[in-house]
Design a protein around this ligand. Sequence first.
Ligand SMILES: [Fe+2]
Length: 350
Amino acid sequence: MAKRALIIDDDEKARSILRVHLDKAGYLTSEAKDAETAYKILEENSFEVVTCDIRKVGGIKVLEHIKKEYKTLPVIMLTGFVNVETAVEVMKKGAVDYLTKPIKKDELLIALERAIQHKRLLEEEEAARVNMSRELEEAVKESIERTSELERAYSQLKRANFDMVKTLSGAIEAKDPFTKGHSYRVSQLSLEIAKRLNFLNLSEEQLEILEYGSLLHDIGKIGIKDAVLKKTSRLTTKEYAHVQRHTIIGEEIIRPVEIFRPALPLLRNHHEHFDGRGYPDGLKGKEINIYARIIAVTDSFDAMTSDRPYRKALTVEEALFEIRRVRGTQFDPQIVDVFIGDKIYDRYII
Ligand SMILES: [Fe+2]
């Protein structure tokens, strides 16, 4: 198919010289004597290449217009004067070549061929780019779909996990009716404290660990003898040692469940004392997992303010007095300060 070229030049003679050269080389030519005519012709036809005189037709403006409207259409600028600055300027603005008059036929044809070649490359690049962005778009869409599927599956799994935690914590309470609602209140109070300990800056996920960890903190009581759990008189040393084992048993029960593993230190160490005199490991201060330090306070508070087989519930004031008394020995002082200072205890009093 013949290649189409547009010649833009105000000078009739100059146009006809170009036309003769191009006709002989097999081009189909159109001519424009000014910018307006050129724009009109460009709107109605497509071309492989444009030659444009710089001076009288306002060639630089024409060049800018073409580059804006027909990005890949190559423009060869022609001028009667050799001027390096102008040459640099037009190349910067996107001209593919710059020729000085009088135009030599061979030079012109080579420039035209090169320009057309250049156009083809640009078009191929553009097609590849469009293709790539389409592929990318597809990939992004696919990945969004996959992500939301995963999110759905994840939230289902999470719901199932929480159901399992609730069932397990229900199992503890079924065995020890005196602790009805205890795990739930401990978990809520603990979350309130954790959110206020700004230095912790806990993520959603970490808060979840604290939540299910505190729901499960006494799960090990499943392994404690009923006779001991429900005993109304003072425990013997042996019985007390047996009850203490609920921390280790709890850890053993939960360890095989991978998703609950982050909560293991909380199960094992919620009876540690800040001064190192707790059980089962005798950990001290910050050696004790932060979740376990939080639960130590909320667990004790809720236990003190609930009826137990061996005693009646303390009043809130009495319980707070006791917590204050062991601030820094049994409990992390920072946690006690938040618990009492921010009146967290007020929220879930039974
Ligand atoms: Fe416990």
